[in-house]
Design a protein around this ligand. Structure first.
Ligand code: 13P
Length: 246
C-alpha cells in the first residue's frame, strides 16, 4: 500500500559537473526501479542535475528550504526558486542542520508547512543521539520532534518522514533491522495518536544511517520501513542503484 521511496542525500559533496556525471551513470541502472527514486543534491547542482534527470524516473530533491516567500534572507532559498528548477522533494530538519546550523523543531515546522503549501514533498528528519538512546529518551525525543515539527500539517501522508538515529549516520553503525522497525513503528503510533490512524497507515517512513547495499534488503524487508535516506552510499551510482533494487 505504501510505495517505497529511496532517496540519496548527497550532503555537501561533489561539484555540479560531477553530480551530472553521477546521475548519468545512475539513470540506466535504476530505470526499472519499482520504488520512488530521489536525489537530494546541493542547491548549486539543482539546475544541472535537474536537466540531466528530465525524462527519467529519478526525481529531484533539495536539502533545505526557507519558509518565507521572498525577502531579505541572505543565503536562503525559497520554495518558488526550488520549484522553478523542477524540485519535488526537500529534506527538512536533517540532524546535521539541527546540530550545526541552529535548526529547531519550530523552524522545522515552519519549513515543512511552507513546503507543503507550495506543493513540495518534505522529507522531515527525526532521530535521537546516542546519549538520548542510552538514557532511554528515544521515545520522548521522537514524540517532541514529531508533534512540534509537524504541528498544523493537515494531511500527513503528503510528506515523508526519515528516521535517522544520529549514532548511525556516517558511522558505519547501522541500527539493527529490529531496532529500526520498532522505532519507526513507534513514530507511526505517535502519528496515529496525534493526527489520525489512517494517516499513520499511509505515511511513508524511511530509515537512514549507514544504509548500504549489504543491509538494504534486510531493512527494507521490515514491515514498518518504507524506504531509505542514503548518505555516503548515494555518492556511488552502483551502490545507490543496488540499494534502489534492494
Ligand atoms: P550515511 O548513509 O552516510 O550514514 O548518512 C545518512 C544520512 O544522514 C542521510 O541523510
Amino acid at each position: 500500500m505504501r510505495k517505497p521511496i529511496i532517496a540519496g542525500n548527497w550532503k555537501m559533496n561533489m561539484t555540479p559537473s560531477q553530480g551530472v556525471q553521477l546521475v548519468e551513470e545512475l539513470k540506466p541502472l535504476v530505470a526499472d526501479a519499482t520504488c520512488d527514486v530521489v536525489v537530494c543534491v546541493p542547491a548549486t547542482h539543482l539546475h544541472a542535475v535537474g536537466q540531466a534527470v528530465k525524462g527519467s524516473n529519478i526525481k529531484l530533491g533539495a536539502q533545505n528550504v526557507h519558509f518565507a516567500k521572498s525577502g531579505a534572507y541572505t543565503g536562503e532559498i525559497s520554495c518558488d526558486m526550488l520549484k522553478e528548477l523542477g524540485v519535488e522533494y526537500v529534506i527538512i530538519g536533517h540532524s546535521e542542520r539541527r546540530q550545526y546550523f541552529g535548526e529547531t523543531d519550530q523552524t522545522v515546522n515552519k519549513r515543512t508547512l511552507a513546503a507543503l503549501e507550495n506543493g513540495l514533498t518534505p522529507i522531515v528528519c527525526v532521530g535521537e543521539s546516542l546519549e538520548e538512546r542510552e538514557s532511554n529518551k528515544t521515545e520522548e525525543v521522537l514524540l517532541r520532534q514529531i508533534t512540534e515539527g509537524l504541528k498544523g500539517v493537515e494531511n500527513i501522508p503528503d510528506l515523508v518522514i526519515a528516521y535517522e538515529p544520529i549514532w548511525a549516520i556516517g558511522t558505519g553503525v547501522t541500527a539493527t533491522k529490529e531496532q529500526a522497525n520498532e522505532t519507526i513503528g513507534y513514530i507511526r503510533s505517535v502519528i496515529a495518536k496525534t493526527f489520525c490512524p489512517k494517516c499513520a497507515a499511509k505515511v511513508r517512513i524511511q530509515y537512514g544511517g549507514s544504509m548500504k547495499p549489504s543491509n538494504a534488503s534486510e531493512l527494507m524487508g521490515m514491515e514498518e520501513i518504507d524506504g531509505g535516506l542514503i548518505g555516503g552510499a548515494s555518492l556511488k551510482a552502483v551502490d545507490f542503484s543496488q540499494i534502489v533494487k534492494y
